[in-house]
Design a protein around this ligand. Structure first.
Ligand code: HXC
Length: 279
């Protein structure tokens, strides 16, 4: 759906780019001509993914081992990346999450998730933002959140708190750093299956199907649907969009929210019976 050099000349860092949606995003942006750097905790995986995507796309991709929960490591890694060449974009994709009853969480469990989702995202954003401002270089930050950043959700409370904060950061910095040429957007994906997330969030096979089809379109998202949206938001053609969150979930959250949406399960006979009640 895009011209092949849409992102030519753009150098973009993707956190958690070694696997899952981060990897799919890296592949799509490489196909569109971007130069990609991926970071994550697992060096072997980063190496394997960069080799695979380089071979598949012929694009330029590098990697940096990094745990975004460590602010000093973030600063050192971003300095290293900038010494090679400044970035044009940052995609805050790395996340941590698991399904648990909140009363069962230790403070370390809470911290494990919030440290990745909120602190890690903020450290990355600050490290890049300060450099863009100092260099008077335009910047583009895209953060992957979820629809429960505003609806809330039971059983994933640390992630809810972290994602809500990232959305608040997105809206706040869009205003504060907009005049400095840095824009901020977020994407709220619905069910886009990945091994890592499903292993941590979907306890049983029968629930996976419910999770994936409980939306107006009755199906899970396809990775390319998400990665094309990322490409659009990272491209100069969307330059006037900032401070926005784009939901891509097949109307999943609205399906759960509308008071009378239960009527989706009514049969023709039920509707005929309702009609017969007309005075
Ligand atoms: C309760 C748990 C737990 C679980 C870990 N803990 N898993 N508590 N239920 N399932 C507790 C541990 O007991 C420990 O507390 C504390 O959390 C830290 O655990 P560690 O294993 O040492 O943490 P760490 O190695 O830092 O791993 C972080 C992690 C892990 C978040 C727990 O899952 C991870 O690395 N995840 C990264 C990838 C990921 O989560 N991807 C999915 C993102 S999906 P104690 O007190 O025992 O020391 C997403 C969007 C969802 O975010 C939207 C879908 C539609």
């Amino acid at each position: 759906m895009f011209v092949s050099d849409l992102l030519k000349g753009k150098r973009i860092l993707i956190t958690g780019g070694g696997s899952g949606l981060g990897k799919s995003t890296a592949k799509r942006l490489l196909q569109l001509g971007a130069e990609i750097v991926i970071c994550g905790r697992r060096v072997a995986l980063l190496e394997e993914t960069s080799a695979e995507l380089r071979a598949a796309t012929g694009g330029v991709i590098g990697y940096k081992p990094l745990d975004i929960r460590d602010p000093e490591a973030v600063e050192a890694t971003i300095a290293e990346i900038w010494a090679e060449a400044p970035l044009d974009g940052l995609i805050n994709n790395a996340a941590g999450n698991f399904l648990a009853r909140t009363e069962d969480l230790s403070h370390r469990a809470l911290d494990a998730v919030v440290a990745i989702v909120l602190h890690g995202t903020a450290y990355m954003t600050l490290a890049c933002g300060k450099r863009w401002i100092a260099d008077k270089h335009p910047g583009n930050v895209l953060s992957i959140v979820t629809t429960y950043a505003w609806t809330g959700s039971a059983y994933v409370v640390p992630s809810v708190m972290g994602k809500a904060a990232v959305l608040a950061m997105t809206r706040s910095l869009a205003v504060e750093w907009g005049p400095k040429g840095i824009r901020f957007n977020a994407i709220a994906p619905g069910p886009f299956p990945t091994e890592g997330a499903w292993e941590r969030l979907v306890p049983r096979k029968d629930l996976a199907e419910t999770f994936e089809t409980r939306n107006a379109l009755g199906r899970p998202g396809r990775h390319e649907e998400l990665t094309n949206l990322v490409a659009y938001l990272m491209a100069d053609q969307s330059a006037y969009i900032t401070g926005e969150v784009v939901t891509i979930d097949g109307a999943e959250w609205l399906t759960g929210a509308g008071q009378f949406n239960f009527a989706r399960s009514l049969t023709d006979a039920d509707w005929a019976e309702m009609a017969s009640r007309k005075k």
